[in-house]
Design a protein around this ligand. Structure first.
Ligand code: BG6
Length: 508
Protein backbone atom coordinates (compact mmCIF):
# COMPACT_ATOMS: atom_id res chain seq x y z
CA UNK A 1 0.00 0.00 0.00
CA UNK A 2 1.48 3.36 -0.99
CA UNK A 3 -0.11 6.61 0.10
CA UNK A 4 1.41 10.11 0.26
CA UNK A 5 4.44 8.40 -1.24
CA UNK A 6 4.84 6.46 2.00
CA UNK A 7 5.15 2.70 1.85
CA UNK A 8 3.23 1.31 4.80
CA UNK A 9 3.58 -2.39 4.05
CA UNK A 10 6.24 -4.89 3.10
CA UNK A 11 7.28 -4.70 -0.55
CA UNK A 12 5.92 -7.47 -2.83
CA UNK A 13 9.26 -9.22 -3.14
CA UNK A 14 10.22 -8.98 0.55
CA UNK A 15 12.36 -11.97 1.43
CA UNK A 16 10.90 -13.85 4.39
CA UNK A 17 13.55 -16.34 5.32
CA UNK A 18 15.31 -18.56 7.77
CA UNK A 19 18.98 -18.95 8.65
CA UNK A 20 21.30 -21.66 9.93
CA UNK A 21 25.05 -22.28 9.98
CA UNK A 22 26.75 -25.49 8.90
CA UNK A 23 28.72 -25.73 12.15
CA UNK A 24 25.55 -25.65 14.24
CA UNK A 25 23.07 -27.62 12.14
CA UNK A 26 24.85 -30.07 9.85
CA UNK A 27 26.60 -32.58 12.09
CA UNK A 28 28.24 -35.42 10.16
CA UNK A 29 31.62 -34.05 11.17
CA UNK A 30 33.43 -37.23 10.17
CA UNK A 31 31.47 -38.10 7.03
CA UNK A 32 32.82 -38.18 3.50
CA UNK A 33 36.38 -37.41 4.58
CA UNK A 34 35.47 -34.06 6.19
CA UNK A 35 38.29 -32.43 8.17
CA UNK A 36 38.06 -30.94 11.64
CA UNK A 37 37.14 -27.30 12.04
CA UNK A 38 37.35 -24.78 14.87
CA UNK A 39 33.72 -25.30 15.89
CA UNK A 40 34.26 -29.08 16.16
CA UNK A 41 36.75 -28.30 18.93
CA UNK A 42 34.41 -26.45 21.29
CA UNK A 43 33.76 -28.80 24.22
CA UNK A 44 30.46 -28.65 26.09
CA UNK A 45 30.72 -26.96 29.48
CA UNK A 46 27.49 -26.55 31.49
CA UNK A 47 26.52 -22.96 32.20
CA UNK A 48 27.03 -21.74 35.73
CA UNK A 49 24.30 -19.08 35.67
CA UNK A 50 21.99 -17.07 33.46
CA UNK A 51 24.71 -14.62 32.47
CA UNK A 52 27.17 -17.34 31.56
CA UNK A 53 26.73 -17.31 27.78
CA UNK A 54 30.22 -17.16 26.34
CA UNK A 55 31.64 -20.61 26.00
CA UNK A 56 33.05 -20.53 22.52
CA UNK A 57 36.65 -19.48 22.99
CA UNK A 58 39.40 -22.12 22.79
CA UNK A 59 43.07 -21.66 23.63
CA UNK A 60 46.01 -23.49 22.07
CA UNK A 61 46.48 -25.39 25.30
CA UNK A 62 42.87 -26.54 25.30
CA UNK A 63 43.04 -27.45 21.63
CA UNK A 64 45.98 -29.79 22.25
CA UNK A 65 44.08 -31.45 25.08
CA UNK A 66 40.98 -31.91 22.93
CA UNK A 67 42.96 -33.31 20.01
CA UNK A 68 44.88 -35.70 22.21
CA UNK A 69 41.93 -37.05 24.21
CA UNK A 70 38.71 -36.28 22.37
CA UNK A 71 37.04 -39.19 24.16
CA UNK A 72 37.14 -37.21 27.42
CA UNK A 73 34.84 -34.46 26.07
CA UNK A 74 31.55 -33.90 24.32
CA UNK A 75 31.63 -31.62 21.25
CA UNK A 76 28.01 -30.75 20.41
CA UNK A 77 28.73 -28.94 17.14
CA UNK A 78 30.09 -32.15 15.68
CA UNK A 79 26.56 -33.52 15.89
CA UNK A 80 24.65 -30.30 15.17
CA UNK A 81 21.03 -31.14 14.39
CA UNK A 82 22.14 -33.93 12.07
CA UNK A 83 20.96 -32.06 9.00
CA UNK A 84 23.47 -34.12 7.08
CA UNK A 85 20.98 -36.98 7.37
CA UNK A 86 17.78 -34.89 7.37
CA UNK A 87 18.43 -32.54 4.49
CA UNK A 88 15.44 -33.45 2.36
CA UNK A 89 13.03 -33.25 5.25
CA UNK A 90 14.44 -29.92 6.44
CA UNK A 91 14.16 -28.21 3.08
CA UNK A 92 10.74 -29.75 2.44
CA UNK A 93 9.46 -28.32 5.74
CA UNK A 94 10.89 -24.90 4.88
CA UNK A 95 9.36 -25.15 1.42
CA UNK A 96 5.92 -26.07 2.74
CA UNK A 97 6.08 -23.04 4.99
CA UNK A 98 6.53 -20.87 1.90
CA UNK A 99 10.01 -19.66 2.85
CA UNK A 100 11.45 -17.27 0.26
CA UNK A 101 15.13 -17.41 1.20
CA UNK A 102 17.32 -19.82 3.16
CA UNK A 103 20.58 -18.49 4.55
CA UNK A 104 23.08 -21.26 5.21
CA UNK A 105 26.83 -21.61 5.34
CA UNK A 106 29.21 -24.01 3.67
CA UNK A 107 31.45 -26.16 5.82
CA UNK A 108 34.94 -25.35 4.54
CA UNK A 109 36.37 -28.69 5.75
CA UNK A 110 33.56 -30.72 4.14
CA UNK A 111 35.03 -29.56 0.83
CA UNK A 112 38.68 -28.96 1.72
CA UNK A 113 39.55 -30.99 4.85
CA UNK A 114 42.77 -29.16 5.64
CA UNK A 115 42.15 -26.01 3.61
CA UNK A 116 45.25 -26.73 1.51
CA UNK A 117 43.84 -29.18 -1.07
CA UNK A 118 43.49 -28.07 -4.68
CA UNK A 119 40.36 -30.05 -5.39
CA UNK A 120 37.36 -30.64 -3.15
CA UNK A 121 35.93 -33.83 -1.71
CA UNK A 122 33.30 -35.34 -4.02
CA UNK A 123 30.94 -36.26 -1.19
CA UNK A 124 30.97 -32.72 0.12
CA UNK A 125 30.25 -31.29 -3.32
CA UNK A 126 27.38 -33.75 -3.75
CA UNK A 127 25.90 -32.77 -0.39
CA UNK A 128 25.69 -29.10 -1.36
CA UNK A 129 24.57 -29.94 -4.92
CA UNK A 130 21.66 -31.74 -3.30
CA UNK A 131 20.93 -28.76 -1.06
CA UNK A 132 20.77 -26.44 -4.08
CA UNK A 133 18.56 -28.95 -5.94
CA UNK A 134 16.15 -29.04 -3.01
CA UNK A 135 16.06 -25.25 -2.76
CA UNK A 136 15.20 -25.12 -6.47
CA UNK A 137 12.51 -27.73 -6.01
CA UNK A 138 10.81 -25.66 -3.31
CA UNK A 139 11.49 -22.30 -5.00
CA UNK A 140 13.62 -21.03 -2.15
CA UNK A 141 16.32 -18.46 -2.91
CA UNK A 142 19.78 -19.31 -1.55
CA UNK A 143 21.83 -16.91 0.58
CA UNK A 144 25.28 -18.37 1.17
CA UNK A 145 27.50 -17.39 4.08
CA UNK A 146 30.87 -18.50 2.80
CA UNK A 147 32.10 -19.21 6.29
CA UNK A 148 30.29 -19.02 9.62
CA UNK A 149 32.57 -19.51 12.63
CA UNK A 150 34.50 -22.51 11.32
CA UNK A 151 38.04 -22.65 10.01
CA UNK A 152 40.11 -25.71 9.17
CA UNK A 153 41.96 -26.79 12.33
CA UNK A 154 44.94 -27.63 10.16
CA UNK A 155 45.29 -23.95 9.16
CA UNK A 156 44.79 -22.84 12.75
CA UNK A 157 47.69 -25.04 13.82
CA UNK A 158 49.84 -24.21 10.85
CA UNK A 159 49.46 -20.43 10.53
CA UNK A 160 47.12 -19.40 13.40
CA UNK A 161 44.18 -18.64 11.12
CA UNK A 162 43.60 -15.06 10.02
CA UNK A 163 46.40 -13.79 12.22
CA UNK A 164 48.45 -14.70 9.17
CA UNK A 165 48.07 -12.91 5.88
CA UNK A 166 48.53 -16.27 4.16
CA UNK A 167 45.03 -17.21 5.29
CA UNK A 168 43.62 -14.77 2.73
CA UNK A 169 44.79 -16.98 -0.15
CA UNK A 170 43.41 -20.17 1.40
CA UNK A 171 40.09 -18.43 1.92
CA UNK A 172 40.05 -17.16 -1.65
CA UNK A 173 40.72 -20.64 -3.01
CA UNK A 174 37.69 -21.89 -1.08
CA UNK A 175 35.52 -18.92 -2.12
CA UNK A 176 36.56 -19.26 -5.77
CA UNK A 177 35.43 -22.84 -5.82
CA UNK A 178 32.02 -21.87 -4.36
CA UNK A 179 31.56 -19.07 -6.89
CA UNK A 180 32.45 -21.37 -9.80
CA UNK A 181 30.33 -24.28 -8.66
CA UNK A 182 27.27 -22.53 -7.24
CA UNK A 183 27.54 -18.93 -8.43
CA UNK A 184 24.65 -19.47 -10.79
CA UNK A 185 22.47 -20.95 -8.10
CA UNK A 186 22.70 -18.46 -5.23
CA UNK A 187 21.59 -14.88 -5.57
CA UNK A 188 23.01 -13.63 -2.27
CA UNK A 189 26.50 -14.08 -0.85
CA UNK A 190 28.07 -13.11 2.48
CA UNK A 191 31.87 -13.50 2.85
CA UNK A 192 31.98 -13.91 6.66
CA UNK A 193 29.44 -14.23 9.47
CA UNK A 194 29.52 -11.40 12.04
CA UNK A 195 32.91 -9.94 11.15
CA UNK A 196 33.17 -8.06 14.46
CA UNK A 197 33.24 -11.38 16.36
CA UNK A 198 36.99 -11.38 15.65
CA UNK A 199 37.33 -8.51 18.15
CA UNK A 200 35.53 -10.46 20.86
CA UNK A 201 36.68 -14.03 20.30
CA UNK A 202 39.50 -14.21 17.75
CA UNK A 203 39.28 -18.03 17.86
CA UNK A 204 35.60 -18.07 16.89
CA UNK A 205 35.72 -15.19 14.44
CA UNK A 206 39.09 -15.75 12.81
CA UNK A 207 40.58 -19.09 13.90
CA UNK A 208 43.24 -17.37 16.05
CA UNK A 209 44.65 -19.08 19.16
CA UNK A 210 45.43 -16.18 21.46
CA UNK A 211 48.10 -18.02 23.43
CA UNK A 212 49.91 -18.90 20.18
CA UNK A 213 49.84 -15.37 18.82
CA UNK A 214 52.91 -13.46 17.77
CA UNK A 215 51.23 -10.28 19.02
CA UNK A 216 51.38 -9.55 22.72
CA UNK A 217 48.90 -6.68 22.44
CA UNK A 218 45.42 -8.30 22.31
CA UNK A 219 43.90 -5.27 20.55
CA UNK A 220 46.53 -5.40 17.85
CA UNK A 221 45.99 -9.15 17.46
CA UNK A 222 42.25 -8.76 16.96
CA UNK A 223 42.43 -5.83 14.54
CA UNK A 224 45.23 -7.40 12.52
CA UNK A 225 43.14 -10.56 12.00
CA UNK A 226 40.16 -8.34 11.17
CA UNK A 227 42.22 -6.46 8.62
CA UNK A 228 43.11 -9.70 6.87
CA UNK A 229 39.43 -10.65 6.81
CA UNK A 230 38.47 -7.25 5.41
CA UNK A 231 41.00 -7.62 2.61
CA UNK A 232 39.81 -11.22 2.04
CA UNK A 233 36.19 -10.00 1.79
CA UNK A 234 37.14 -7.31 -0.74
CA UNK A 235 39.21 -9.75 -2.80
CA UNK A 236 36.35 -12.27 -2.68
CA UNK A 237 34.06 -9.52 -3.96
CA UNK A 238 36.39 -8.99 -6.91
CA UNK A 239 36.25 -12.73 -7.68
CA UNK A 240 32.48 -12.69 -7.23
CA UNK A 241 32.15 -9.95 -9.84
CA UNK A 242 34.45 -11.79 -12.26
CA UNK A 243 32.97 -15.26 -11.82
CA UNK A 244 29.38 -14.96 -10.63
CA UNK A 245 28.01 -11.82 -12.27
CA UNK A 246 28.53 -12.99 -15.88
CA UNK A 247 26.36 -16.07 -15.19
CA UNK A 248 24.04 -14.56 -12.58
CA UNK A 249 23.80 -10.81 -13.22
CA UNK A 250 21.30 -10.16 -10.41
CA UNK A 251 23.50 -11.71 -7.74
CA UNK A 252 24.58 -9.52 -4.81
CA UNK A 253 27.29 -9.70 -2.17
CA UNK A 254 27.01 -8.11 1.27
CA UNK A 255 28.89 -7.90 4.52
CA UNK A 256 27.56 -9.14 7.84
CA UNK A 257 28.13 -7.86 11.38
CA UNK A 258 26.61 -8.51 14.78
CA UNK A 259 24.93 -5.17 15.24
CA UNK A 260 25.76 -3.66 18.61
CA UNK A 261 23.09 -0.97 18.95
CA UNK A 262 24.16 1.15 21.91
CA UNK A 263 22.20 3.44 24.19
CA UNK A 264 24.06 5.83 26.45
CA UNK A 265 23.26 4.98 30.09
CA UNK A 266 22.75 8.66 31.03
CA UNK A 267 22.60 12.08 29.36
CA UNK A 268 26.12 12.80 30.61
CA UNK A 269 28.15 13.92 27.57
CA UNK A 270 30.85 11.38 28.32
CA UNK A 271 28.28 8.56 28.23
CA UNK A 272 26.87 9.91 24.99
CA UNK A 273 30.38 9.95 23.56
CA UNK A 274 31.03 6.38 24.73
CA UNK A 275 27.90 5.22 22.92
CA UNK A 276 29.08 7.02 19.79
CA UNK A 277 32.56 5.53 20.04
CA UNK A 278 31.28 1.96 20.46
CA UNK A 279 29.04 2.53 17.50
CA UNK A 280 32.01 3.68 15.43
CA UNK A 281 33.92 0.50 16.28
CA UNK A 282 30.93 -1.63 15.29
CA UNK A 283 30.51 0.28 12.06
CA UNK A 284 34.16 0.11 11.09
CA UNK A 285 33.25 -2.94 8.98
CA UNK A 286 30.70 -1.23 6.72
CA UNK A 287 32.91 1.87 6.65
CA UNK A 288 35.71 -0.20 5.14
CA UNK A 289 33.64 -2.52 2.96
CA UNK A 290 30.92 -0.12 1.80
CA UNK A 291 32.78 3.18 1.72
CA UNK A 292 36.08 1.52 0.81
CA UNK A 293 38.44 2.84 3.46
CA UNK A 294 39.25 2.95 7.15
CA UNK A 295 37.71 6.01 8.78
CA UNK A 296 40.05 8.45 10.51
CA UNK A 297 38.78 7.57 13.95
CA UNK A 298 40.20 4.04 13.47
CA UNK A 299 43.72 5.31 12.74
CA UNK A 300 43.50 7.34 15.92
CA UNK A 301 42.25 4.26 17.78
CA UNK A 302 45.20 2.15 16.55
CA UNK A 303 47.60 4.91 17.56
CA UNK A 304 46.08 5.19 21.03
CA UNK A 305 46.30 1.44 21.42
CA UNK A 306 50.02 1.54 20.64
CA UNK A 307 50.26 -0.40 17.43
CA UNK A 308 50.55 0.08 13.73
CA UNK A 309 48.27 -1.97 11.54
CA UNK A 310 50.39 -4.15 9.22
CA UNK A 311 49.21 -3.59 5.67
CA UNK A 312 50.46 -4.11 2.12
CA UNK A 313 50.38 -1.21 -0.33
CA UNK A 314 47.79 -3.02 -2.49
CA UNK A 315 45.29 -3.31 0.41
CA UNK A 316 43.97 0.23 0.15
CA UNK A 317 43.39 -0.08 -3.56
CA UNK A 318 41.71 -3.47 -3.16
CA UNK A 319 39.40 -2.10 -0.46
CA UNK A 320 38.53 1.00 -2.40
CA UNK A 321 37.81 -0.76 -5.70
CA UNK A 322 35.79 -3.71 -4.43
CA UNK A 323 33.08 -2.40 -2.17
CA UNK A 324 30.12 -4.64 -1.39
CA UNK A 325 26.46 -4.26 -2.38
CA UNK A 326 24.51 -4.48 0.87
CA UNK A 327 24.82 -4.57 4.65
CA UNK A 328 23.43 -7.50 6.56
CA UNK A 329 23.51 -7.89 10.31
CA UNK A 330 22.25 -9.91 13.23
CA UNK A 331 20.01 -8.11 15.67
CA UNK A 332 18.93 -9.63 18.97
CA UNK A 333 19.04 -6.82 21.51
CA UNK A 334 20.34 -3.37 22.47
CA UNK A 335 23.26 -2.52 24.76
CA UNK A 336 23.96 0.22 27.31
CA UNK A 337 27.28 1.97 27.73
CA UNK A 338 28.31 4.45 30.38
CA UNK A 339 31.31 5.56 32.38
CA UNK A 340 30.02 4.50 35.79
CA UNK A 341 30.53 0.81 36.48
CA UNK A 342 28.92 -1.45 39.03
CA UNK A 343 25.41 -1.58 37.59
CA UNK A 344 23.52 -4.84 37.26
CA UNK A 345 24.52 -6.72 34.17
CA UNK A 346 22.65 -8.99 31.82
CA UNK A 347 23.91 -11.44 29.30
CA UNK A 348 23.69 -10.88 25.56
CA UNK A 349 24.57 -11.74 22.02
CA UNK A 350 28.34 -11.71 21.60
CA UNK A 351 28.81 -9.46 24.66
CA UNK A 352 26.81 -8.73 27.82
CA UNK A 353 25.53 -5.34 28.89
CA UNK A 354 24.19 -3.18 31.72
CA UNK A 355 20.58 -3.91 32.65
CA UNK A 356 18.03 -1.72 30.89
CA UNK A 357 15.11 -1.31 33.36
CA UNK A 358 12.68 -0.70 30.51
CA UNK A 359 13.24 -4.02 28.78
CA UNK A 360 12.20 -7.59 29.50
CA UNK A 361 14.80 -10.34 29.39
CA UNK A 362 14.76 -13.66 27.58
CA UNK A 363 15.36 -16.89 29.50
CA UNK A 364 19.05 -16.45 28.68
CA UNK A 365 18.96 -12.87 30.02
CA UNK A 366 19.11 -11.12 26.66
CA UNK A 367 17.15 -7.83 26.64
CA UNK A 368 14.21 -7.82 24.21
CA UNK A 369 13.91 -4.57 22.28
CA UNK A 370 11.95 -4.49 18.99
CA UNK A 371 12.10 -0.67 18.87
CA UNK A 372 15.91 -0.97 18.86
CA UNK A 373 15.64 -2.80 15.54
CA UNK A 374 13.76 0.11 13.99
CA UNK A 375 16.39 2.49 15.37
CA UNK A 376 19.26 0.42 14.04
CA UNK A 377 17.71 0.08 10.57
CA UNK A 378 17.22 3.82 10.35
CA UNK A 379 20.75 4.57 11.54
CA UNK A 380 22.39 2.17 9.11
CA UNK A 381 20.37 3.53 6.20
CA UNK A 382 21.01 7.17 7.15
CA UNK A 383 24.71 6.51 7.31
CA UNK A 384 25.42 4.13 4.44
CA UNK A 385 22.52 4.47 1.96
CA UNK A 386 22.72 0.86 0.74
CA UNK A 387 20.08 -1.88 0.96
CA UNK A 388 19.84 -3.64 4.31
CA UNK A 389 19.14 -7.25 5.21
CA UNK A 390 18.49 -8.70 8.67
CA UNK A 391 20.52 -11.88 8.49
CA UNK A 392 19.58 -13.01 12.02
CA UNK A 393 16.89 -12.29 14.56
CA UNK A 394 15.07 -14.67 16.86
CA UNK A 395 14.44 -15.84 20.40
CA UNK A 396 16.46 -18.52 22.17
CA UNK A 397 14.06 -20.26 24.56
CA UNK A 398 13.29 -23.60 26.16
CA UNK A 399 10.44 -25.44 24.45
CA UNK A 400 8.26 -28.11 25.96
CA UNK A 401 6.10 -30.66 24.26
CA UNK A 402 2.61 -30.17 25.69
CA UNK A 403 0.20 -32.98 26.60
CA UNK A 404 -1.39 -32.65 23.15
CA UNK A 405 2.01 -33.50 21.65
CA UNK A 406 2.49 -29.97 20.30
CA UNK A 407 4.85 -27.10 21.01
CA UNK A 408 2.95 -23.94 21.85
CA UNK A 409 5.79 -21.45 21.58
CA UNK A 410 3.67 -18.35 22.03
CA UNK A 411 6.70 -16.42 23.42
CA UNK A 412 8.59 -16.92 20.16
CA UNK A 413 5.58 -15.82 18.11
CA UNK A 414 5.25 -12.68 20.23
CA UNK A 415 8.94 -11.92 19.94
CA UNK A 416 9.05 -12.33 16.16
CA UNK A 417 5.75 -10.55 15.63
CA UNK A 418 6.99 -7.45 17.44
CA UNK A 419 10.31 -7.44 15.63
CA UNK A 420 8.64 -7.89 12.25
CA UNK A 421 6.35 -4.96 13.06
CA UNK A 422 9.43 -2.90 13.89
CA UNK A 423 10.80 -3.75 10.43
CA UNK A 424 7.54 -2.61 8.89
CA UNK A 425 7.88 0.67 10.80
CA UNK A 426 11.40 1.12 9.43
CA UNK A 427 10.16 0.41 5.92
CA UNK A 428 7.50 3.08 6.48
CA UNK A 429 10.30 5.39 7.60
CA UNK A 430 11.76 4.82 4.13
CA UNK A 431 14.48 2.27 4.92
CA UNK A 432 15.10 -0.23 2.10
CA UNK A 433 15.11 -3.51 4.03
CA UNK A 434 14.85 -6.34 1.55
CA UNK A 435 14.36 -9.28 3.89
CA UNK A 436 14.96 -11.13 7.11
CA UNK A 437 16.21 -14.62 7.85
CA UNK A 438 14.96 -15.81 11.24
CA UNK A 439 17.87 -17.29 13.12
CA UNK A 440 18.01 -21.00 13.80
CA UNK A 441 14.81 -21.62 11.86
CA UNK A 442 15.47 -25.30 12.57
CA UNK A 443 16.58 -25.91 16.17
CA UNK A 444 20.35 -26.11 16.30
CA UNK A 445 23.29 -26.09 18.69
CA UNK A 446 23.84 -22.67 20.27
CA UNK A 447 26.97 -20.89 19.10
CA UNK A 448 27.56 -19.26 22.47
CA UNK A 449 26.78 -22.07 24.89
CA UNK A 450 26.73 -25.23 22.72
CA UNK A 451 23.36 -26.07 24.26
CA UNK A 452 20.61 -27.72 22.23
CA UNK A 453 18.04 -26.61 24.80
CA UNK A 454 18.46 -22.97 23.73
CA UNK A 455 16.07 -23.26 20.81
CA UNK A 456 15.35 -20.66 18.14
CA UNK A 457 13.52 -22.80 15.62
CA UNK A 458 10.02 -22.89 14.26
CA UNK A 459 10.95 -26.52 13.59
CA UNK A 460 11.78 -28.60 16.66
CA UNK A 461 14.59 -31.16 16.71
CA UNK A 462 14.34 -33.95 19.26
CA UNK A 463 17.76 -33.82 20.93
CA UNK A 464 19.14 -32.68 24.27
CA UNK A 465 22.31 -30.95 25.44
CA UNK A 466 24.15 -34.27 25.69
CA UNK A 467 23.21 -35.27 22.13
CA UNK A 468 20.58 -37.82 23.19
CA UNK A 469 17.38 -38.04 21.18
CA UNK A 470 15.92 -39.21 17.89
CA UNK A 471 16.71 -35.96 16.00
CA UNK A 472 13.22 -36.18 14.52
CA UNK A 473 11.65 -32.94 13.32
CA UNK A 474 8.34 -31.50 14.49
CA UNK A 475 6.77 -28.16 13.62
CA UNK A 476 5.93 -25.71 16.40
CA UNK A 477 3.02 -23.25 16.58
CA UNK A 478 5.46 -20.59 15.37
CA UNK A 479 5.80 -22.56 12.12
CA UNK A 480 2.10 -22.08 11.32
CA UNK A 481 2.26 -18.47 12.45
CA UNK A 482 5.27 -17.75 10.17
CA UNK A 483 3.59 -19.56 7.28
CA UNK A 484 0.69 -17.15 7.60
CA UNK A 485 2.94 -14.11 7.86
CA UNK A 486 4.66 -15.16 4.66
CA UNK A 487 1.48 -15.94 2.75
CA UNK A 488 -0.06 -12.58 3.72
CA UNK A 489 3.26 -10.74 3.19
CA UNK A 490 3.11 -9.50 6.77
CA UNK A 491 -0.53 -8.40 6.82
CA UNK A 492 -1.29 -10.93 9.55
CA UNK A 493 1.19 -9.27 11.93
CA UNK A 494 -0.15 -7.69 15.10
CA UNK A 495 -3.68 -8.92 15.22
CA UNK A 496 -4.05 -12.35 16.69
CA UNK A 497 -0.34 -12.97 16.66
CA UNK A 498 -0.53 -14.41 20.12
CA UNK A 499 -3.28 -16.88 19.25
CA UNK A 500 -1.99 -20.41 19.04
CA UNK A 501 -2.76 -22.04 15.71
CA UNK A 502 -3.00 -25.75 14.92
CA UNK A 503 0.03 -27.56 13.56
CA UNK A 504 0.00 -28.28 9.84
CA UNK A 505 2.50 -31.10 10.06
CA UNK A 506 -0.21 -33.66 9.31
CA UNK A 507 -0.95 -32.04 5.95
CA UNK A 508 2.60 -32.35 4.70
C1 BG6 B 1 24.87 -15.00 16.29
C2 BG6 B 1 25.60 -16.07 15.53
O1 BG6 B 1 25.78 -14.21 16.96
O2 BG6 B 1 24.02 -15.39 17.31
C3 BG6 B 1 24.91 -17.43 15.51
O3 BG6 B 1 25.85 -15.68 14.19
C4 BG6 B 1 24.35 -17.70 16.89
O4 BG6 B 1 25.82 -18.40 15.08
C5 BG6 B 1 23.34 -16.62 17.24
O5 BG6 B 1 23.82 -18.99 17.04
C6 BG6 B 1 22.63 -16.83 18.55
O6 BG6 B 1 23.58 -16.99 19.57
P1 BG6 B 1 23.54 -18.25 20.54
O7 BG6 B 1 24.75 -18.12 21.37
O8 BG6 B 1 22.26 -18.13 21.30
O9 BG6 B 1 23.55 -19.45 19.67
Amino acid sequence: MVKNNVRTSFPENFLWGGATAASQVEGGYDRGGRGLSTSDMVAYKPRTGKNDNMKFNVTGKELDKYLEHPEDYYFPKRKGSQQYDHLEEDIRLLGKMGLKVYRFSISWTRLFPTGEEDSPLIEGVKFYDKLFDLLDKYHIEAMVTITHYEYPIHLVQKINGFESRKMIDYYLKFAKFLFKRWGKRAKYWIPFNEMNMTLISPYTGAGVLEDRSKYKNPTQRAYQASHHQLVAAAKATKLFREIVLPVNPDAKIGLMIARIENYAGTVKPVDQYMALHDDEINLMYPEVLIRGKYPNYMWRFFEENNFELETEPEDFDVLEKNTLDFISFSYYMTYIVQEEKGKTHTSGNVIGTIMNPYLELSEWSWPIDPMGLRITLNKLWDKFQVPLFIAENGLGAKDEIASDGKIHDIYRIQYLDKHFQAIREAITDGVPVFGITVWGIIDLVSAGTSEMSKRYGVIYVDADDAGNGTYQRKTKDSYDWYKKVISTNGKSLGSGAAVAVPSVLDDL
